[in-house]
Write a protein that binds this ligand. Structure first.
Ligand code: CP
Length: 318
């Protein structure tokens, strides 16, 4: 594997999940693979799970790990070409990328959508520059439009807990006070379509995702109807994608919060969320603390999804 930014990069999902289960059984079986190899994780945005789980996965493989928080202690980076750099940005990404690449073998990048310009976000300008100019394998630790390590961990979790071959999985929008990118729902939809589950997306009007991510999903605007018979409820907030409202919060309607009354409409569904989650906005205390809540299991599987990706990248280096 030379890059990991979307579901196509992982290949056959059954093979990938089987590899994940093998790693889960013995996560220290490949400690020689990463010997004298260095991972550089570059964060343009905050993280708890991605930072710790990816570092742990790299250490399981015997790698050295360096972490750079671009906005804390590094020079502020200009990312656009042609800008007269007379502001607060002291260094250009085009110099910074090859310099950073010279110190490592593999690069992980976290760079969220800025939600100012849809074209800029959906062209994935930051991570694409790393892929183009680093000369190193690059993987996404959440980019502007996708979060594939999260979606892979979600898929592993679904495969572990599903009770039928083709479960009904519902991705539901839920309220949040701030504008959030579409990366997690886009990516989740992309992976659910690839897994060929019965997949339903529910959200208020105005929150339609990009058609290339919706794919074959059924879109149901009535959240309660969408929940009927569901085996898994995956909650997430996102801001509007459609013009002219791109990046805006159109609703904070708490009637979309996931509560026990709505979960009672399901087939005793499991509750999922990528975390961090705003309690009693996205989901009530009762639901997230219930035995059906898989949020901690998903977070645990972030170590496993990262390890599969890093293992494949390291195997390709040899
Ligand atoms: N789910 C997830 O990516 O968590 P962090 O933002 O804490 O990394």
């Amino acid at each position: 594997m030379k890059k990991f930014t979307c579901v196509e990069d992982i290949g056959d999902l059954r093979v990938a999940v089987a590899e994940a289960m093998e790693i889960k059984r013995n996560r220290y079986a490949f400690t020689e693979l990463g010997k004298n190899r260095t991972l550089l994780m570059i964060f343009f945005n905050s993280s708890l799970r991605t930072r710790l789980s990816t570092q742990k996965a790299a250490m399981n493989l015997g790698m050295n790990v360096m972490v750079l928080d671009v906005n804390q202690g590094a020079w502020k980076l200009e990312t656009e070409r042609g800008v007269v750099m007379d502001g607060d940005k002291a260094e250009h990404l085009l110099e910074a990328i090859p310099v950073m690449a010279s110190y490592c073998d593999v690069i992980g990048v976290r760079s969220f959508a800025r939600l100012m310009d849809k074209t800029e976000d959906y062209e994935e300008r930051i991570i694409e520059q790393f892929i183009l100019y680093s000369g190193r394998p690059v993987f996404s630790m959440e980019a502007a439009t996708r979060h594939p390590l999260q979606s892979f961990a979600d898929l592993i979790t679904l495969e572990e807990y599903k009770k039928k071959e083709r479960p009904k999985v519902v991705l539901t929008w839920a309220p949040h006070p701030k504008a959030l990118p579409q990366a997690v729902p886009n990516s989740f939809a992309e992976w659910m379509n690839a897994a060929d589950y019965e997949f339903v997306i529910t959200h208020p009007k105005g929150y339609e995702l990009a058609p290339e991510f919706v794919g074959n999903a059924k879109v149901e605007y009535d959240q309660r109807k969408a929940f009927e018979g569901a085996d898994f409820i995956y909650a997430k907030n996102w801001s509007a994608y459609a013009d002219p409202d791109y990046g805006k919060v159109l609703s904070t309607d708490l009637d979309w919060t996931i509560d026990t009354e709505k979960m009672a409409l399901t087939n005793n569904a499991y509750f999922m969320h990528c975390l961090p989650v705003r309690r009693n906005m996205i989901v009530t205390d009762e639901v997230i603390e219930s035995p059906q809540s898989l949020v901690i299991r998903e977070a645990e599987n972030r170590e496993i999804s990262a390890q599969v990706v890093l293992k494949r990248i390291l195997e390709n280096l040899k």
